[in-house]
Write a protein that binds this ligand. Structure first.
Ligand SMILES: Nc1nc2c(ncn2[C@@H]2O[C@H](COP(=O)(O)OP(=O)(O)OP(=O)(O)O)[C@@H](O)[C@H]2O)c(=O)[nH]1
Ligand SMILES: [Mg+2]
Length: 409
């Protein structure tokens, strides 16, 4: 089902390796700063948390920072920090009661990990879900500034994005600042087209669980691969219709059912159709309804690892769901080419924070939480699935379709 588009070396990053708008220091920036340090010494250029953990591998970085799954309860916790932890206090002093007499070089592990990650690259898989026509396919292209929602080869840029009719995953190789990422976008057909929309989440739940199953099968193989290809969905953008009223029953139903098997990030679609006041009011209402329905979206409160995490994530949660505008068309505004939507009264610039919250969403997803999305997927969602599967009749048996659809409940 998946097509791989040949490697694409992208132009110089518009992505500065710095914290996003959405919150203070990036706990898991995927793009560590490059090049020598200011001091020119052995100390790493990147903050420790900037190293993507190779989740597909079996190295030491595998040790998770999140406890096992929903059913098992999460209280056990988060004793082990992200790979490398937060901050960089240095090893030249004393720590935990032992005094070092001279520099050993422990801190170079970060640079070593950075080099390894640069060599191997990493996978990131993102899915879009929601009612038909809300701009899902368009936003995927907007996020990655490319025609990622479809196979780019042989497709004219100006051609209209067609209606999505089947779950389709397309992979792209993207390189930025020497870091390679295999990006897989999973586009899904919009809900709401059927007369009976009952159970329309089922194919999506099935797809998500099939990827866990694939990973599990590889993991339990006697001769398992050194690095298991990771097709698990790290993030599911859920599109909410900009009605200004309330969430639809289907929205609640979907998020309720899937929030325990995938990281759900709700977004308000087509924000350009609302006034600023309407948008604020609607966001507030949606947050309230999500809370009342007991839906835990990403970043889930229960997985905040420490006070710093909590305070950063609280700011993000208070700003969610981001009200976004998508477009893959460029226009000239004040002498600059910008992605936007041209209307009779001007251009809505998608990356302009005064126009919509697309930039906040992008920064949150890619510049600050990409690594955490992968970790939560691996250490919580996948772990829950794995534990359930391995407990079934005492071992791994072929998965039935009812498993793939209901194991998230
Ligand atoms: N006003 C507005 N229109 C948008 C926006 N994003 C996309 N559109 C338009 O909405 C229409 C549908 O966009 P798609 O990206 O195909 O929507 P979709 O959610 O993928 O639709 P399905 O594949 O049917 O589920 C297109 O005409 C887009 O140009 C937006 O942010 N604002
Ligand atoms: Mg579509």
């Amino acid at each position: 089902m998946s097509d791989v588009v040949p490697p694409e070396v992208r132009p110089k990053p518009a992505v500065p390796a710095k914290p996003p708008h959405v919150g203070a220091p990036s706990p898991s920036s995927p793009f560590p700063p490059q090049g020598p340090t200011a001091s020119g010494g052995a100390a790493p250029a990147a903050p420790p948390s900037g190293i993507p953990v190779l989740i597909g591998g079996h190295g030491p970085s595998h040790s998770g920072s999140h406890a096992l799954g929903h059913g098992a309860g999460h209280s056990g916790g988060h004793a082990v920090p992200h790979a490398g932890g937060h901050g960089h206090s240095g090893s030249h002093g004393s720590s935990g009661g032992s005094t070092l007499l001279g520099y050993i070089g422990i801190d170079t592990i970060i640079e070593q990990m950075r080099k390894k990650t640069m060599k191997t690259g990493f996978d990131f898989n993102i899915m879009v879900v929601g009612h038909s026509g809300l701009g899902k396919s368009t936003l995927l292209n907007t996020l990655f500034k490319s025609q990622v929602s479809r196979r780019s080869a042989g497709w004219a840029r100006d051609e209209k994005i067609p209606k999505t009719v089947e779950i389709k995953s397309v992979s792209h190789f993207i390189e930025e600042g020497g870091v390679k990422m295999k990006l897989t976008v999973v586009d899904t057909p919009g809900f709401g087209d059927q007369i009976n929309n009952d159970n329309c989440w089922e194919p999506i739940a099935k797809y998500i669980n099939e990827q866990y199953e694939k990973f599990l099968k590889e993991e339990v193989n006697i001769a398992r691969k050194k690095r298991i290809p990771d097709t698990r969905v790290h993030c599911c953008l859920y599109f909410i219709s900009p009605t200004g009223h309330s969430l639809r029953q289907l929205d609640i139903e979907f998020m309720k059912r899937l929030s325990h098997s995938v990281n759900i990030i709700p977004v308000i679609a087509k924000a350009d159709t609302m006034t600023i006041d309407e948008r604020q009011e609607f966001k507030q209402r949606v947050r309230k309804e999500l809370e009342m329905s007991g839906i835990e979206f990403y970043p889930q409160k229960e997985f905040d690892e420490d006070m710093e995490d909590k305070s950063d994530n609280d700011k993000i949660r208070e700003a969610m769901p981001f009200a976004v505008v998508g477009s893959d068309k460029e226009y000239q505004v004040n002498g600059k080419r910008v992605l936007g939507r041209k209307t009779a009264w001007g251009v809505v610039e998608v990356e302009n924070p005064n126009h919509c919250e697309f930039a906040q969403l992008r920064d949150f997803l890619i510049r600050s939480h990409l690594q955490d999305l992968k970790e939560v997927t691996h250490n919580i969602h996948y772990e829950t699935y794995r534990a359930k599967r391995l407990n079934e009749n005492g071992g791994l048996h072929p998965i039935s379709s009812s498993d793939t659809q209901e194991s998230n409940l």
